[in-house]
Design a protein around this ligand. Structure first.
Ligand code: PLP
Length: 372
């Protein structure tokens, strides 16, 4: 049955996924097993790192990346407030303190020019976020991390297959990915840590399994952050399709770039392969804009309406101090419209018409409201 409203995400499950999951179920290997190992190998080869460690979610991949670097009480990790809360939460879990730097108005990722001012003697790591499918400026941030002797963890949970000059997200320092259903590829729930650092990968594997290498011999207090073989079976079927999915996302995004009027369309830095986890526009009277799109049977999403520094627990913990005007402004203006690969050309036509008609009714953002 055709959906009335075009949804913001539509996960694709084909015969390959069904066959692989069925085969995993029939094998009796349901928890972490050979499919997880194979998925790790194939994902590492795809991204271009020596190691990949599969986890139960993107959040647990971030948590392991931090713990694997020995980050904990009294440490600081520099990240951005304009992200999904998991980036900052993972830092809090370790006992470390997230220190926020604002994002760049143009590409919504960590403002490189503000990073050094946020570094203190307690800083242990930089955690940029590759938001909406565009990598943060990883070469510049890696250079700062190197100069200050800091670990680098790219939150690439929205950037599977994204690249800068052909080098993929997840290859600078440690990378973390999420396979939540709305992501560019999914395993239901799941995550992955990528790295060239064998010691980090080893520690992450140990922490993922209650600190256990030899059965029931525990070297440290770890966690159960394992991926199941059922999830890995889905991932093994999805991974070969990722480039095709991303190509379709980019094709739809190119149409929006070309055809949308009266809204601010996303800026892509030179050399970047943006994989459009979201296609995010900036609009005037955003909530009303979303409502009118819905009346026109086009779904949309707001990622994110409240920046992390304004979220209740962060304010209560005193972790939200500082002024982040770009994140605050974006939180009021951003609206993501459907860009998933299963959209038909006719649906893309409908989305373009709906956005343009709504922008005509509500008017364009004043130039001063875009900070440009
Ligand atoms: C930027 C970002 N970081 C972290 C996560 C956490 O991933 P998960 O939902 O798989 O725990 C997500 C995904 O939701 C995300 O978008």
């Amino acid at each position: 049955m055709a959906e009335l409203v075009i949804p913001i995400a539509r996960p694709q499950m084909g015969d390959e996924e069904k066959e692989r999951v069925w085969e995993a179920m029939a094998s009796g290997s349901l928890a972490q097993g050979p499919r997880v190992r194979q998925f790790e190998e194939e994902f590492a080869a795809y991204v271009g790192t020596a190691h990949a460690v599969a986890t139960s979610s993107g959040t647990t991949a971030l948590h392991l990346a931090l713990l694997g670097h020995g980050i904990g009480d009294g440490d600081e990790v520099v990240t951005v407030p304009f992200t999904f809360i998991a980036s900052a939460n993972s830092i809090v879990y370790t006992g470390a303190r997230p220190v926020f730097v604002d994002v760049d108005e143009r590409d919504f990722t960590m403002d490189v020019g503000r990073v050094e001012a946020a570094i203190t003697p307690r800083t242990r790591a930089l955690m940029p976020v590759s938001l909406y499918g565009q990598p943060a400026d990883m070469p510049a941030i890696a250079e700062i991390a190197e100069r200050h002797g800091l670990a680098l963890i790219e939150d690439a949970c929205q950037a599977h297959g994204a690249a800068i000059d052909g080098r993929r997200s997840g290859t600078w320092g440690a990378g973390t990915f999420s396979f939540y259903p709305t992501k560019n590829m999914t395993t239901g729930e799941g995550g992955m840590l990528t790295t060239d650092d064998a010691a980090l990968a080893d520690t992450a594997r140990l922490l993922r399994e209650h600190g256990m290498k030899v059965r029931y011999h525990h070297d440290l207090v770890g966690y159960n952050f394992r991926m199941t073989d059922l999830a890995a079976a889905i991932g093994l079927a999805q991974l070969p399709k990722l480039d095709g999915y991303n190509a379709r996302r980019r094709e739809i995004a190119a149409r929006y770039d070309e055809e949308l009027r009266g809204v601010v369309t996303p800026a892509v830095r030179p050399g970047v392969t943006h994989v459009y986890h979201q296609y995010t526009i900036r609009v005037r009277r955003r909530d009303e804009f979303a409502e009118r799109l819905r009346e026109r049977e086009v779904g949309s999403g707001i990622y994110y309406p409240i920046p992390v520094h304004r979220q209740r627990p962060f304010v209560a913990m005193g972790l939200g101090e500082g002024s982040f005007p770009v994140s605050d402004r974006l939180a009021e203006q951003v609206l993501s419209i459907p860009v998933h690969p299963s959209l038909t050309d006719a649906e893309v036509d409908r989305i373009v018409e709906a956005v343009n008609a709504t922008a005509d009714e509500l008017g364009a953002l004043e130039p001063q409201a875009t900070g440009r």
